[in-house]
Design a protein around this ligand. Structure first.
Ligand code: SF4
Length: 487
């Protein structure tokens, strides 16, 4: 009889996620689909993503769990339940890669780094009852990758398939774990292989899960155009979104071919409208362009009929109380279609984490339980020019002022005027309403949960140093926003 492998992406503690509010940006995480594709045929494989479906804890021979930091606590809970039944568990992903000793307390085996290079030997060891405590995966070349088993995912995602064309980022933003994990490398798949994979998909809406599908420089431009042109030549008729750097909006050739290839819109990390904060976070490309040119970037993308979803981070060391009003004004004036506002979060392994820790500014440190608060919606450190409470309230106010029903309608109208694109307009409206509802639910959840003693004390009386983690202190690697095959 075939052995059963259950691969799990845990949900967050509060059950609030993009899927719970019907956001457009729901897509299958690519990592588990790659591991499923590498699993020998004598295994039955099931993938459960708690962000879109419940986990029923059915039995299996082996459990594989991936996790980022905010859902690591849930991953440990799941693992413990299975281990109580005598079922072995393996954990990988960015959090376990950063804090493998911590993860080892809760699972039977930990994969550090990209899991693809060690996955088959791990399964072989399991079959021989010789599972090792740690497996160290290498960064693999991206030629001849297997085709990820997107077919094993639930059908509940709005974007039915994730396709990776590249991994990593050569930049070095202080808060970001992509570069630490990937060593500031940028690896690309051969364009023809990406096109073959796209051609084999039986869905129209696709998420390119790269950290930046364009990257930087002339070669990157040529490669992006080759990819987009190939999508047109093969008549793939996909609609897609992707993360890009701010340079995307300064490249008319790339814009033209992206639109022809079916791009609905892009996700850009503007990060801040405050250049002092961009400097603090080492956001080099945005600084080089200058905040005063942000609106030009948005306009050029709009002129090509595509939407722009911006990401902004509040709570940087350059941010004072006026950052919230400045961000509201930018969002409304720039006619950006939609935006995510997050709170600066020191993820384990990042330089930001190391710095805030050394400055005694980490406030929520009862690890691993407290990792659930590291979800970019809560202030887990002491900001420089405001209290954590003011930071959370300020971010909530940005959503309040930019996503009400009336404002969302006005913004959607602007989206249509700018892009002349009805799907982009509809997505912008539903995203703004969904994000507003998500922010309200999250804010209320956090406030209610704040009856806990730790939270009450740190919010009104910032601690000098609440650090009590052993696990978090020993890691020095990053957190991926869009994990590759980091189980
Ligand atoms: S935030 Fe974006 S640009 Fe900066 S290092 Fe991370 S992936 Fe690269």
């Amino acid at each position: 009889m075939a052995k059963k492998l259950l691969l799990i992406n845990p949900g967050n503690e509060d059950k609030l996620n993009a899927a719970s509010v019907g956001l457009f940006f729901t897509f299958p995480p690519p990592s588990l689909a790659y591991l499923a594709a590498l699993t020998p045929p004598d295994w039955d494989i099931q993938i459960v993503d708690e962000n879109v479906e419940p986990l029923t804890f059915e039995d299996a021979d082996l459990i594989g769990i991936t996790a980022m930091t905010s859902n690591a606590h849930r991953a440990y809970e799941i693992s413990e339940q299975y281990r109580q039944k005598g079922i072995k568990t393996v954990m990988g992903g960015i959090h376990a890669s950063m804090l493998h000793e911590e993860a080892m307390q809760f699972v039977d085996s930990v994969v550090i780094g990209e899991a693809e290079s060690v996955w088959q030997s791990l399964l072989h060891d399991f079959a021989n009852n010789d599972l090792k405590r740690f497996y160290r995966g290498e960064r693999i070349p991206l030629e001849n990758l297997v085709v990820p088993r997107n077919d094993l995912y639930s059908n509940r995602y709005r974007l039915k398939a994730s396709v990776q064309t590249a991994r990593g980022c050569p930049m070095d933003c202080e808060f970001c774990s992509v570069t630490a994990f990937n060593g500031r490398t940028y690896r690309q798949r051969p364009v023809e292989e990406v096109l073959d994979e796209l051609e084999g998909l039986n869905c129209r809406d696709v998420f390119f899960s790269d950290d930046n599908i364009l990257n930087y420089g002339k070669k990157a431009e040529q490669r992006a155009i080759q990819l987009f042109r190939g999508m047109v030549d093969r008549a793939l008729k996909k609609r897609w979104v992707s993360q890009v750097g701010i340079d995307f909006g300064n490249n008319p050739k790339v814009l033209k071919w992206a639109k022809k290839a079916g791009c609905l819109g892009v996700f850009i990390g503007f990060e801040s409208v405050n250049e002092e904060s961009l400097e603090a976070m080492h956001k080099a490309r945005n600084l080089k362009l200058g905040v005063r040119h942000y609106k030009d970037v948005i306009k050029r993308i709009h002129d090509h009929g595509m939407g722009v979803h911006g990401a902004f981070i509040c709570g940087n060391d350059g941010d004072r109380q006026d950052i919230f009003q400045r961000t509201i004004e930018f969002i409304l004036d720039s006619k950006i279609d939609s935006a995510t506002i997050t709170i600066l979060t020191p993820l384990p392994g990042t330089r930001l984490y190391a710095r805030l820790r050394s400055e005694g500014r980490l406030l929520v440190t009862n690890y691993p339980d407290d990792w659930k608060h590291y979800d970019t919606a809560e202030a887990v450190f002491r900001p420089k020019y405001m209290t954590p409470d003011e930071l959370e309230e300020g971010v909530y106010q940005i959503y309040e002022h930019t996503t009400s029903k009336v404002t969302s309608l006005k913004r959607a109208f602007n989206s249509f005027i700018q892009t002349r694109n009805l799907p982009v307009t509809a997505i912008a409206y539903s995203l703004n309403r969904g994000l507003g509802s998500f922010a309200t639910s999250k804010y209320q959840y956090v406030k209610n949960a704040r009856s806990s003693e730790i939270k009450d004390s740190y919010l009104s009386h910032p601690a000098t140093d609440g650090e009590n983690s052993k696990a978090g202190a020993t890691q020095n690697s990053p957190e991926l926003t869009t994990p590759s095959a980091k189980m």
